[in-house]
Design a binder for this molecule. Structure first.
Ligand SMILES: [Zn+2]
Length: 91
């Protein structure tokens, strides 16, 4: 660090504008799991998520059984993705 002069406040604020915009928020753990899981696992999970007769709790229980520590709350939030109280995964 041989910076002699710190950047001015205005300059630093202007630099922020040049920073790449964050595309979307970070994926929740359900979204991360969907991205990383095998195709058939991801497809089955998507189907379960879209089926409103299956509770978020039941999905979370099965995921936990397979070593994915995802809570029912996170599953429910993922189901509400793109709503104001949902996660920020893409729908
Ligand atoms: Zn999500």
């Amino acid at each position: 660090m041989i910076e002699k002069q710190p950047l001015s406040l205005a300059h630093e604020l202007q630099e922020l504008e040049n920073a790449p915009a964050p595309s979307r928020g970070p994926r929740c753990s359900v979204g991360a799991f969907l991205a990383a899981a095998a195709d058939n696992d991801a497809a089955a999970l998507r189907q379960a998520l879209d089926n409103d007769r299956i509770t978020s709790r039941a999905i979370a229980d099965i995921l936990s059984k397979h070593g994915e520590h995802i809570t029912a709350y996170t599953v429910a939030r993922h189901r509400r993705r793109s709503e104001s109280n949902g996660c920020r995964c893409e729908r």
